[in-house]
Write a protein that binds this ligand. Structure first.
Ligand SMILES: [Mn+2]
Length: 363
């Protein structure tokens, strides 16, 4: 029997985002974007008459998700009565007796794994068995499942797991995927970067990047199964992007020059929903108030922050000359002059010194 499915995980609905710009509304926007993407997924499921929506854990950022968020979530699932929705609790939203999402009445098409031993939901009309086990506490040193199930040839057999297939010593439910390669499809959650570990075993990844640590594409996996033949596609769903750019500062640059360098390096015309971080390295003139750079850039970007932690103050040329009187560095300074007036010579002095000092001069 032919079936279709959508596989997503790690939505972290309700997540509290923390940005360096704490007075800003960005956290609210980012949190709302997760519901927005989930709403679009629901529309996609409806339009394409998807048979199964697999939610492989960390759907909620915590088991204490608020009632309003939970009702929004439930109402969205209510829009796709023809799609069977399978929820696997992960480490962030592990199942507890008093977890709100375990107490509310979900629509009939919603099925939640609630035990940390292998359970299954069987959909006889679609000849499909979906196996999984819930997190019911926050740490698992091993998967509480041997890996063996007797499968029937006539069924579609899907396994859902939330845990770490990449680190055997993980406390977040490590497992060895080679134990599960006899399933038609294994829908994994937990790692936010999507990856196909084999043709049939995949992390769908988070639908949206969450911080500057997240690079690459974020989306979901859609698939079809028929007579154990599997076809899958990764679909990008992200609406936001985090971009980190290094800017090399030299002492000849004014604050406006640095601002322009940042804008030029970004090289985009549409900044909406893009989070920029500029990491400044090199040497700034000693009288520069770098703190105002954030404000100068703020007019230009949707979100911007700067990291000037690695930025060094400009050198005291006279002091360097005194300490390097007899070597090539001193000779270089004397050739160009300690305080050249024309910009080209100034640049030559700073760039040349940067190279020479890296090779062991005394500052
Ligand atoms: Mn997780």
């Amino acid at each position: 029997m032919k079936i279709s499915f959508m596989h997503t995980a790690d939505l972290h609905l309700g997540k509290q985002f923390k940005f360096k710009h704490i007075r800003s509304p960005y956290g609210d926007f980012a949190r709302e974007s997760l519901f927005n993407i989930f709403g679009k997924m629901i529309n996609t499921a409806k339009k394409n008459k998807i048979d199964f929506l697999l939610l492989s854990g960390d759907v909620f950022d915590s088991p204490q998700i608020g009632m309003q968020d939970l009702e929004r979530f439930s109402a969205l699932l209510n829009r796709i009565p023809e799609t069977e929705v399978i929820i696997l609790p992960g480490n962030h939203d592990y199942y507890q007796k008093y977890a709100l999402y375990g107490l509310i009445d979900f629509p009939q098409n919603v099925h939640v794994f609630k035990k940390d031993t292998l359970e299954e939901f069987y959909f006889s009309e679609k000849k499909t068995r979906i196996f999984g086990l819930a997190w019911t506490k926050d740490t698992y040193h091993e998967l509480p499942f041997s890996g063996h199930v007797d499968l029937r040839e006539e069924d579609n057999n899907i396994l859902m797991l939330h845990g770490d297939a990449t680190h055997a010593s993980s406390e977040l439910m490590p497992f060895n995927i080679s134990n599960f390669d006899y399933f038609d499809y294994v829908a994994l959650g937990h790692i936010h970067q999507h990856q196909f570990l084999t043709k049939r075993i995949a992390y769908c990844g988070a639908p949206q990047p969450f911080s500057f640590k997240d690079s690459g594409d974020f989306g979901m996996i859609v698939g079809q199964l028929e007579n154990h033949r599997l076809e899958t596609h990764f679909i990008v769903t992200q609406t936001q992007k985090y971009i980190t750019i290094n800017i090399n500062v030299t002492p000849d640059m004014t604050i406006d020059d640095i601002k322009d360098a940042c804008i030029e390096a970004a090289g985009e015309t549409n900044y909406n929903q893009k989070y920029y971080r500029f990491v400044l390295t090199g040497y700034a003139r000693s009288n520069m108030n770098i703190k105002i750079l954030d404000d100068l850039l703020a007019e230009h970007f949707y979100y911007v922050e700067t990291d000037s932690g690695q930025l060094q103050p400009d050198w005291d040329i006279d002091k360097i000359l005194a300490a390097n009187e007899e070597n090539v560095i001193g000779h270089f300074i004397k050739t160009i002059g300690t305080d050249p007036k024309d910009p080209v010579s100034r640049k030559a002095l700073y760039y040349g010194l940067e190279g020479l000092m890296q090779n062991g001069g005394e500052a």
